[in-house]
Design a protein around this ligand. Structure first.
Ligand code: HEM
Length: 152
């Protein structure tokens, strides 16, 4: 079922359509969490960050398993009209960005929480938080455009 064609009507399997939909929604979820900080509802702000990061890690694991089981990039790139080397470079750049973003975001969530609980949240949290949001947005956009390059 997960490897049957998905609901977007493209050649992509269902698990990729599900993961892609999630990565489209993700920046909006982060904005929603930040809106709690703006309203000074800090508990909702940090709990929502923990919830979003756990859901994201689960989606990433499902996505990685699906790729490994279904043949991955080698299989999908064969049906794309774009040049293989171009797709490979794009994919590598996306992977580097995604790994950096996920690592830094996870680190930022835990260190911010610890600092907040001990009353040491740095003044730069606001600025760094916006930077993390920018990284998440960029990662989502490069992922979504990679889907478009492969399947549309
Ligand atoms: C989970 C641990 C976190 C805690 C305890 C926490 C706590 C806070 C607190 C107390 C503030 C208000 C302080 C201030 O405005 O300088 C704040 C603001 C902010 N946080 Fe966090 N935060 C956490 C995680 C994050 C993450 C992961 C992001 C980004 C993805 C983020 C983005 C922001 C932003 C952008 C603001 C500024 C909102 C505004 O414009 O007023 N925070 N956070």
């Amino acid at each position: 079922m997960f490897f049957e064609p998905g609901f977007f009507g493209t050649a992509a399997p269902l698990y990729l359509d599900l993961a892609t939909s999630y990565f489209f929604i993700l920046p909006f979820l982060i904005l929603y969490s930040i809106s709690y900080a703006i309203k000074k509802q800090y508990k909702k702000h940090y709990i929502s960050q923990f919830v979003i990061i756990v859901i994201t890690l689960v989606v990433v694991v499902i996505f990685e398993l699906g790729l490994r089981l279904d043949g991955g990039f080698q299989k999908y790139s064969q049906d794309s009209s774009y040049n293989y080397v171009f797709l490979l470079i794009y994919l590598l750049a996306h992977i580097v960005l995604a790994v950096m973003t996920l690592s830094y975001w996870t680190y930022f969530v835990f260190t911010s929480y610890k600092a907040y609980k001990t009353g040491n949240l740095e003044k730069k949290h606001k600025q760094k938080g916006r930077y993390v949001f920018g990284l998440i947005l960029l990662t989502s956009l490069t992922g979504l455009s990679f889907y478009a390059l492969l399947f549309i």
